[in-house]
Design a protein around this ligand. Structure first.
Ligand code: GAR
Length: 185
């Protein structure tokens, strides 16, 4: 079975969806988290997934903490990385070691609305359609090759909150399915 790690900084609803997925045929052996207080850490405990929590401020450079992450990943036998709300740019150190093995989910139809708060960006712009993108990571911000997308219409009675709920529902179903297709294509 493929061994993978999830990187997350926040709530971890996508991490939970990956853990709950019955079709996803891989072992999540490590959670990497850059925030001590992120609630994804409680979810890791619940699913018995070991967590590596680091504070970027404790390191003098991105290369330093990414080398530390790589050591943990290699120790755990990880060959794939799934970013799930990891709000940090992946640097060349990790990118070179896990070439084309780092996948991200983003709550917009990229290349529209990259970066933070993509749902709010689409809502405030008055977009009529938005969606979810699963893509490979490259050196840019939400710019890597697209693997899969699913769109949804923004309704006139949507609030930012209802839009977020509808987008996350799509994410939770799309991400495990696309990961599985990637691993066993
Ligand atoms: C998700 O909506 C994910 O697509 C987004 O962060 C959220 C994390 O939610 N990621 C990005 O915006 C990446 N640029 P979660 O912690 O509940 O999974």
């Amino acid at each position: 079975k493929v061994k993978a790690a999830v990187f997350a900084s926040g709530t971890g609803s996508n991490f939970a969806a990956i853990m709950e997925s019955e079709e996803l045929d891989c072992d999540i052996v490590l959670l990497v988290c850059d925030k001590q207080e992120a609630s994804v850490l409680e979810k890791a405990e619940k699913y018995n997934v070991p967590a590596f929590v680091f504070n970027p401020k404790d390191f003098s450079s991105k290369a330093d903490y990414e080398n530390e992450i790589i050591a943990k990943l290699q120790e755990a036998g990880v060959t794939w990385i799934f970013l799930a709300g990891y709000m940090r740019i992946v640097g060349p150190t990790l990118l070179q070691t896990f070439d084309r093995k780092i996948v991200n989910i983003h709550p917009s139809l990229l290349p529209a609305f990259p970066g933070v708060d993509a749902i709010g960006q689409a809502y405030k712009a008055g977009a009529k359609t938005t969606g979810v993108t699963v893509h490979f990571i490259d050196a840019g911000i939400d710019t890597g090759p697209i693997i899969a997308q699913e769109s949804l219409d923004i309704h006139s009675d949507d609030t930012e909150e209802t839009l977020k709920q509808r987008i996350q529902k799509i994410e939770h179903e799309l991400y495990p399915r696309v990961i599985n297709q990637l691993l066993y294509r």
